[in-house]
Design a protein around this ligand. Structure first.
Ligand code: ADP
Ligand code: MG
Length: 630
């Protein structure tokens, strides 16, 4: 793309090409998005509302910006004969460079993510479009020509810009003289889109999608021929969160949630609170029921969805300032009465009042999730499925709420018999065996690997429940959760098992009896193991790995190495079950090569079940084959 340096004093329109990715999005939008076409109206109204928000905010310091068009509003009108639909706002408007930057090129990484989300099939429903910051282009779903007339507030009438495109790769730009600041978008509707020329239909779409826009949306009353129309407001146009709770219906709350953007589904739950006192503020916070694409796709760089208002004036998207990262799925509004309106992001980050508001938000959200877990188990299960792993980050990130967060988590367990994560730590403690003093867990790569860990055998035979953790984050999370409700959490492969007197005696006798075998194995596995000892953990399997108290689980060490991180090397401790036939065979084998093969295989199978990589897979296969053939 060439960059224009000369002034646009030429009256002829200048033709420019869209950036490649924009052109791709446009192509998709016009060729693949068929369902929920009406979404374009919500997107354009939402942009108009953003523009009004921006002007209201800028005008705090510079009231003269509002000159000419005092009232911030949105107007929707149509012309049946010309087959055009217009959406006008008296917001901030754009200058020429802004038009090029905002709608001619990729304003955000959203465009690329949108393309990725659509994937190979390139088919999607238009509802997706608003989530990616490509809402403007949805105009081309219903229009074959879009004209934008815009002038930035504070610039003279001649500083207007006219942008026009048929959405096929190019657009034109020319100067325009515009009476008022703000933006008008004119859609030349495609054949067959006549429903968007119906007054009743437009009104019902506004009330469906845009009722909670905080600026008045006006439409002309049916005007008599030749008379200028009278405008009437067709949306609720109130800041919902400022109304008393008892006047707000569940539908109002749901509608408002959708007007926040980024999600088309109903929220799972919400909490609306007003705090009065030395510092007054209102919070309206929602839990989504589905993970939005930006969370799924690692969009941690731009967290949207929590808006900060100060005395009803939108100030900024402030999810990062208002909530810790592990609650990044929360959407909603915070309206503070006592912050200075000219607050900057930098100031916000160090603001003590904001710290307090943030603390209140965290408490409200945790209360809300707790309530969901008590009152609506099905919704809660769906919520955990979507956001449980995000919530687990809080165990590490927010030590002051560690216990509260831990209470909300659910795990699979040896009692469950399947992979469903339904057991809470409280459930576990409630049914602990007499004399049991720890919460036992195992971590692995997959549920099957966790459930198949040989270290579980002794626990099974003693009837002790073990939590089975197989999400990637679990190892890291549980490394920071040393205890819950006064009970230590312990990994089944780590440290010593608690044994009663009789068991201890048995264990010592077994170790003494196996002393020659242990010595032999240490020699056979010299350089490959740190220690070999008799296990108290095994009943059926021949061997397993044991971990020191602070040693990293082998599957995690493997993941970290694969991710290029340095992980301290240490030789594994092998625990054996001398009663097992394989160990007895090693004892009985006189042939040195065969004994070495057997001993090495013993170690390798312990490594495999622990999710550790084999040092030399080819040698492993040769060993197995030698033994199979012998
Ligand atoms: P998003 O709204 O998520 O940023 P859009 O594709 O809807 O993405 O809009 C792209 C950008 O175009 C906006 O961020 C804004 O800068 C600009 N824009 C769109 N519509 C308007 C408008 N009515 N007034 C001012 N700027 C607008
Ligand atoms: Mg938008």
């Amino acid at each position: 793309m060439t960059t224009e340096t000369t002034e646009t004093s030429t009256p002829a329109p200048e033709t420019r090409r869209f950036e490649a990715e924009v052109a791709q999005v446009l192509h998709l939008v016009t060729h693949s998005l068929y369902s929920h076409k009406e979404i374009f109206l919500r997107e354009l109204v939402s942009n108009a509302s953003d523009a009004c928000d921006k002007l209201r905010f800028e005008a705090i310091g510079k009231p003269e910006l509002l000159a000419g068009e005092g009232e911030l509003r949105i107007e929707i009108s149509h012309d049946r004969d010309a087959r055009t639909l217009s959406i006008r706002d008296t917001g901030i408007g754009m200058d020429r460079d802004e038009v090029i930057a905002n709608i001619g090129s990729i304003a955000s990484s959203g465009t690329r993510r949108f393309l990725e989300a659509l994937g190979e099939e390139r088919k999607a429903d238009a509802r997706l479009i608003g989530q990616f910051g490509v809402g403007f282009y949805s105009a081309f779903v219903v229009a074959d020509r879009v004209t934008v007339l815009t002038r930035r507030a504070g610039t003279p009438a001649e500083a207007g810009v006219k942008w026009e495109s048929d959405g096929r790769g190019e657009y034109t730009l020319e100067p325009a003289t515009l009476d008022s600041h703000g933006t008008t978008i004119v859609l030349q509707l495609k054949d067959g889109e006549d429903e968007f020329l119906e007054d009743w239909n437009l009104r019902s779409l506004v009330s469906k999608y845009s009722d909670h826009i905080a600026f008045p949306i006006r439409m002309p009353k049916e005007a008599k021929d030749g008379e200028a129309p009278e405008w009437e407001t067709v949306n609720g146009a109130s800041a919902l969160w400022t109304r008393p709770k008892n006047e707000i219906s569940d539908d109002d709350y749901r509608g408002f949630y959708k007007s926040l953007g980024h999600d088309f589904d109903d929220p799972a739950a919400w909490t609306h609170n007003r705090v009065e006192g030395s510092q007054s503020f209102t919070t309206l916070l929602y839990l989504p029921s589905q993970p939005p694409f930006d969370v799924l796709m690692g969009g941690r760089d731009e967290r949207k969805g929590l808006k900060l208002y100060i005395k009803r004036v939108f100030v900024m998207d402030a999810a990062e300032e208002l909530l810790p990262n592990y609650l990044r799925f929360v959407r909603g509004v915070v309206d503070a009465d006592d912050l200075p309106l000219n607050v900057s992001r930098e100031i916000l980050q160090q603001n003590r009042q904001l710290e307090r508001i943030k603390g209140a938000c965290v408490k409200r959200v945790l209360d809300l999730i707790e309530k969901l877990s008590r009152d609506e188990p099905e919704k809660f299960a769906a919520f955990l499925k979507a956001f449980g792993n995000t919530l687990k980050e809080g165990i590490v990130e927010d030590p002051s709420n560690r216990e509260r967060i831990a209470k909300l988590l659910r795990f699979a367990s040896t009692r469950g018999g399947d992979a469903a994560q339904t057991v809470s730590l409280d459930d576990y403690i409630g049914r602990m065996a007499a004399g049991q003093d720890a919460i036992w867990y195992v971590t692995a790569d997959s549920h099957a690997a966790a459930a198949g860990s040989p270290q579980l055998e002794a626990f099974r035979s003693k009837g002790i429940e073990v939590l089975l953790m197989s999400d990637r984050i679990d190892e890291w999370m549980v490394g920071h959760l040393h205890e819950y409700a006064g009970k230590p959490l312990r990994h089944v492969a780590k440290g010593e098992l608690p044994l009663d007197e009789a068991e201890k005696k048995q264990q010592e006798e077994a170790a003494a009896a196996a002393a020659p075998l242990l010595e032999r194995l240490k020699k056979l596995l010299d350089g490959k193991v740190g220690d070999v000892r008799v296990s108290a953990r095994l009943t059926d399997s021949p061997a397993c790995l044991a971990l020191a108290e602070h040693e990293m689980a082998p599957h995690l060490a493997r993941l970290l190495r694969e991710a290029g991180q340095a992980v301290p090397e240490s030789l594994p401790t092998l625990e054996i079950n001398p009663a097992h036939a394989l160990l007895q065979r090693i004892s009985a084998t006189e042939d040195g090569t065969q004994a070495s093969d057997l001993a090495t295989l013993l170690l390798e199978q312990a490594q495999l079940t622990a999710g550790a990589p084999l040092a030399d897979p080819a040698a492993f296969v040769q060993r197995v084959n030698r033994l199979l053939a012998s």
